[in-house]
Design a protein around this ligand. Structure first.
Ligand code: DGJ
Length: 723
């Protein structure tokens, strides 16, 4: 799996067994984008000669504006008049840049990014191309990591100010791909609280299109991801190009279709409300972007992203390991609990085979509702007379693990912390401090704030002897301002916040190597690859309704595998929608993620507890397959009245298929559901019904569904290959 450089033509070729990515230096200076797609031996054609009347020998910036050429690192302020990856304001206020090739290196593995999380690089190779703007001394290092085992290229950019004066960076993106044609459809994810990550598709048109957020978090409203689908590409067929960003803050993912119907796809930190002063000698590292090419549709793209997460992002401590079945007290008690209530819930959970008890919001300060105490991470001895320590001991004595909810980034105005440090929150002096959920955001750009968080959260986790942490974050930033930053650096706050968050998370997570961390942001408000580098799973949504979860988990699965999606069985009527769904449906849908419960088990009748006990045995038996199997979306809940998905083991000897129908109709015959990913030459037995089918029959004809009866019913098939 090499990265090669052909000196004569100035051509870089990055390839593995399936994909090629080709870059060529025009006139030895400007890296042009030549090709990205299915593996080719080489690209012999001269892009420069075809697209312009010039050759390498006659090319000059003056005669042939880069405006018409597909580039790897377009910049504004020179011969390209489109928006590019980088925009710099020099000390004199001007923005001209002429970045020319200054060298390259090819190295084994993958360097870490300073201050930012990124994928690991086992078995990978990295090409770093250095470009330099001679008059200013601005140097850019473009990094491309090629993997052997996945069809993904990781890209990032590092900007070094080798000049004598400081400059302002107004825009610094992570990746740009200039496609020569624009006949694609663009897919992005949009949503809202409790309705996260719904896919939206539209054909590209001239001008700008894409998705972005300026909320300071990757957000529930969108997701740092986009995909371009070639004509006729769909879930199972056709060329798809996917882009995802390893970043948790404001971002942009944009496609610009220009006068020549070329499509410039770019992804990176949101330039709006961003400006960074780069002192002489300093450097700025952009987050990492992942570029997937898949010839087998959106499903193929997702499977590449899932492999990236499992092999190179999820901490190796949790990759391919069983995750504990948990019960969380949030929807069971909200803030109204005491030690005895929690223990009765835990005892009941233990009795039905649940491994982990999670204590959610309300255990600290004097927090009986969401009006107070964030920042005061000290046990509420009215609710828990023995504090976390005694509760944890009692939970452990039951033979269960103990988990704890925290929201370290926040501060309540009604808290001792706020009274002691009113300037520790993000705010603008002289303006109202805008509360949301009665709370303000701590200024994580400050090292004193970060040190406090690390100290006080670490102490709580130690005192509670915790085995699991749910790290929540329940509001976005408003009234952007930091008491610790000078005026000229205020627009650095968004990125500095995220760097501060990564610092705090890195210190806390590494201090507890055996603790399982799950991120959360009022549901799925920060469901991104950046946080997944620290925490292998994330609460997918505050919406626990089974049918809504079919949608949310389906949209989420475009980028993220089931092992990342916190999914729990909750009470009916559902607390978000009022819908009543059968227990088996709620469980089958929760099996599409890291499985748990979020309801008061002590109030359930014995027959439901018996069913839950049996369901827990089923989940445990199938868990490696459910979480780490190769994932296929079979029916989309966004386009029809049903949803279906399946996971197949690596050796194709086992599969689990889940089908959910929303509204029942009378007088309809049972249907066949076509499966994927099986071995066509083997025979599979349905462990529940005993039915035996050929793999080819299941994939090309379909598995017979049972006659549907009732709304929101689920069917599940656990298939094992016969010896
Ligand atoms: C939002 C989370 O998404 C919920 O699960 C719960 O933890 C609440 N916060 C607690 O305040």
């Amino acid at each position: 799996m090499p990265i090669t450089f052909e000196k004569g033509t100035g051509t870089f070729h990055l390839y593995n067994d399936h994909i090629s990515y080709v870059i060529r230096l025009a006139a030895g200076s400007y890296p042009l984008h030549v090709y990205w797609g299915r593996r080719v031996h080489a690209v012999s054609e001269d892009v420069l000669a075809r697209l312009t009347p010039y050759t390498d020998a006659t090319f000059s910036l003056h005669e042939t504006p880069l405006d018409r050429l597909p580039q790897e690192c377009p910049v504004f302020g020179g011969a390209d008049l489109r928006e590019g990856m980088l925009h710099i304001r020099h000390a004199d206020g001007t923005s001209a840049l002429d970045l020319r090739y200054a060298g390259h290196r090819i190295s084994q593995g993958k360097p870490k990014l300073e201050g930012l999380p990124c994928a690991r690089g086992e078995g990978a190779q990295t090409l770093t191309i250095t470009l330099c703007d001679a008059p200013s001394g601005i140097t850019v290092e473009l990094a491309y990591t090629l993997y052997e085992d996945i069809d993904i290229i990781a890209r990032s950019m590092r900007i070094v100010n080798s000049g004598m004066q400081s400059v302002q960076i107004d825009r610094a993106l992570s990746a740009c791909v200039d496609f020569e044609q624009a006949d694609f459809s663009l897919l992005t994810l949009s949503g809202a609280w409790a309705r996260e990550r719904a896919p939206y598709m539209r054909p590209l048109v001239p001008g700008d299109q894409g998705t972005s957020t300026a909320r300071g978090a990757s957000s529930v409203q969108t997701s740092p991801f986009m995909a371009l689908l070639a004509p006729n590409a769909d879930e199972t067929h056709g060329d798809v190009y996917g882009f995802a960003l390893c970043y948790s803050g404001s971002f942009t993912a944009n496609v610009h279709v220009d006068q020549q119907f070329m499509a410039r796809a770019q992804i990176g930190i949101q330039p709006f409300n961003f400006c960074w002063t780069l002192e002489a000698g300093a450097s700025f590292q952009t987050p990492e972007a992942y570029l997937v090419y898949a010839p087998d549709g959106l499903g193929g793209m997702s499977r590449q992203f899932h492999a990236l997460v499992h092999r190179h992002i999820t901490s190796s401590r949790y990759a391919n390991t069983a995750r504990p079945l948990l019960v969380n007290n949030w929807e069971a008690t909200y803030f109204q609990f005491d030690e005895e209530k929690l223990l009765s819930l835990a005892r009941c959970a233990k009795d039905v085979g649940i491994d982990l008890f999670v204590l959610d919001d309300g255990w600290f300060g004097h927090r009986d509702d969401d009006h107070s105490s964030l920042g005061d991470w000290f046990d509420d001895l009215h609710k828990l007379p023995g504090g976390l320590t005694r509760l944890s001991e009692q939970i452990h004595a039951l033979g269960m693990k103990f988990g704890l909810w925290v929201e370290p980034e926040m501060i309540s105005p009604d808290s001792d912390l706020y009274r002691a440090h009113p300037d520790w929150c993000i705010h603008v002096p002289g303006r109202e401090r805008l509360e949301s959920r009665h709370q303000l955001v701590l200024d994580l750009s400050r090292s004193d704030v970060r040190d406090y968080i690390v100290e006080v959260i670490t102490a709580a986790l130690r005192r509670g002897h915790v085995d699991y942490v749910k790290w929540d974050m329940n509001r976005n930033i408003s009234m952007w301002g930091s008491a610790a930053l000078p005026p000229e650096r205020q627009q650095e706050l968004g990125h500095r916040y995220i760097l501060g968050l990564y610092d705090v998370m890195g210190r806390i997570v590494s201090a507890f190597p055996d603790v399982l961390f799950e991120s959360c942001a009022g549901g799925g408000g920060r469901f991104d690859l950046g946080l997944m580098c620290f925490m292998p799973q994330a609460w997918c949504s505050d919406d626990t309704d089974a049918w809504m979860r079919c949608r949310i988990q389906s949209g989420t699965s475009l980028v993220f595998p089931p092992s990342t999606m916190g999914a729990h069985v909750s009470a009916v009527p559902n607390h978000q929608t009022g819908r009543i769904t059968p227990l088996f449906t709620r469980a089958a849908v929760a099996m599409g993620g890291t499985y748990g419960y979020e309801l008061d088990l002590t109030k359930l009748p014995q027959e439901e507890l018996d069913e839950i006990r049996a369901l827990n045995r089923r989940v445990k038996a199938m868990q490696p397959l459910l979480l780490y199997g190769t994932f296929y979306r079979l029916r989309s809940p966004f386009t029809g009245s049903d949803a279906a998905w399946m996971s197949v083991s690596q050796d194709r000897s086992e599969a689990v298929v889940t089908y959910v129908l929303s509204l029942a109709e009378p007088n309809v015959q049972p249907k066949l559901l076509r499966l994927e990913g099986l071995d066509p030459d083997r025979r599979y037995r349905d462990e529940d019904s005993g039915g035996v089918y050929g793999g080819d029959e299941l994939m090309f004809r379909g598995i017979p569904l049972k006659k549907p009866w009732g709304d929101f019913v689920a069917q599940q098939f656990h298939l094992t290959a016969e010896a």
